[in-house]
Ligand binder design. Sequence first.
Ligand code: HEM
Length: 126
Amino acid sequence: PTTTTFFDAVGGEPTFRRLVARFYQGVANDPVLRPLYPEDDLAGAEDRLRLFLIQYWGGPSDYQELRGHPRLRMRHVPFAIGPAQRDAWLVVMRAAVDSLGLPPDQYKTLWDYLQMAANSLQNRAD
Ligand code: HEM
């Protein structure tokens, strides 16, 4: 029997490429988020997030090969992520998710995960 991953169901690599490209366009223009990201390597950050999400949802595991175990909580420690940064990240990401035009069940699966993950990566109090 064949199994379809969420990665396949939402349209595979092109969908994640669109999502993350849109997200980083938002980051580039966001005064709260932009200073947190590498000044001259937003494209590299875009690659890392895209490959992570592809792997997470059952696509190819290029992320693991390039970066090793995700350890997202540890990798975010250098960045001060309080409620304002978490909220800004989610506002920009929500616009990117909205732009995909996914059916409601897929939309909910993706958005619930992203909210949960963003909450778990907050590492500073108010
Ligand atoms: C990396 C900020 C939430 C996944 C980064 C980086 C920053 C950042 C500044 C470094 C950029 C780079 O790769 O050079 C934030 C903020 C968040 C947030 C402010 C708000 C809560 C998330 C969430 C996820 C995520 C929810 C996953 C669903 C990643 C990944 C990397 C990354 C995969 C690259 C890790 C690596 O391989 O080095 N993030 N992030 N982030 N973030 Fe976040």
